[in-house]
Design a protein around this ligand. Structure first.
Ligand code: PGA
Length: 253
């Protein structure tokens, strides 16, 4: 059984006071939705205090928005997987399209970051997805498969690889208010599961696959209806605790 995951990527938003209010509301709301797992991804500097605000939470985990591929060293501004584990992270988002676009993260680096995450005992949420131009050139599956392939190659070298989470996020649907058409999404999610199954059938049944890109309460039901969706990665709507919990409530139906 794959536990549904409702993940909230806060990106570069929030400060101490509003974070506290938001987290308290999330912890309270999540309690009544015990079949689900929630995860929040505050900016690095707020991880430690978020961890202490989550200490009584039963089903809300902490995660980071990116991680270095290196264990330690002279990498100014970077944060290692070991450090994230040390401050209480369970998850880390890797290869988000904003990191790929603004920080030029390559597929190869995504794989290295995943390896670093697994060796520190973190669970990577690997983001894959096509740009608008790639969509229009009908390259969605090619791009997504290429992005995933490098990660799947780690399968025999990483302990707990079956905990991997893949998030399909069409780049053009992120923050645009335009969520992808459900049948299109399901087609990609199924292709992702098939790609994993070709390597390992059992693994394909264990890996959770999320959808992300303008997820909000009003489109949750149609995403939930997709057989291969195991949850969502929410950006904008996760900054509003009520909406974030409402997405979970609709997923729980
Ligand atoms: P959005 O962001 O929900 O604001 O579109 C999703 C994401 O970037 O993970």
């Amino acid at each position: 059984m794959r536990t549904p995951l409702i993940a909230g990527n806060w990106k570069m938003h929030g400060q101490t006071t509003e974070n506290k209010v938001r987290l308290q509301e999330i912890v309270l709301g999540a309690k009544n939705l015990s079949q689900l797992e929630f995860a929040v991804f505050p900016p690095f500097v707020y991880l430690t205090e978020s961890e202490s605000l989550l200490k009584d939470a039963v089903n809300v985990r902490l995660g980071a928005q990116t991680v270095s591929e290196y264990a330690n060293g002279a990498y100014t501004g970077d944060v290692s997987a070991g450090m994230l584990a040390d401050v209480g992270c369970t998850y880390v988002i890797i290869g988000h399209s904003e990191r790929r676009a603004y920080h030029h993260t390559t597929n190869k680096q995504v794989a290295k970051k995943c390896e670093a995450a697994f060796s520190a005992g973190l669970i990577p949420i690997v983001c894959v997805g096509e740009t608008l131009d790639e969509l229009e050139r009908e390259l969605t599956l090619t791009v997504v498969q290429e992005q995933l392939e490098v990660v799947l190659q780690l399968k025999d070298n990483c302990a707990n690889f079956s905990q991997l989470v893949v998030a399909y996020e069409p780049v053009w649907a992120i923050g645009s208010g335009k969520s992808a058409n459900p049948s299109q999404v399901q087609e990609v999610l199924a292709a992702i599961r098939l790609q994993i199954a070709r390597k390992d059938e059992k693994l394909a049944q264990m890996v959770r696959i999320l959808y992300g890109g303008s997820v909000k309460p009003s489109n949750t039901a149609e995403l939930f209806a997709m057989p291969d969706a195991d949850g969502v990665l929410v950006g904008g709507a996760s900054l509003d605790a009520k909406q974030f919990i409402e997405i979970g409530r609709l997923w729980n139906k």
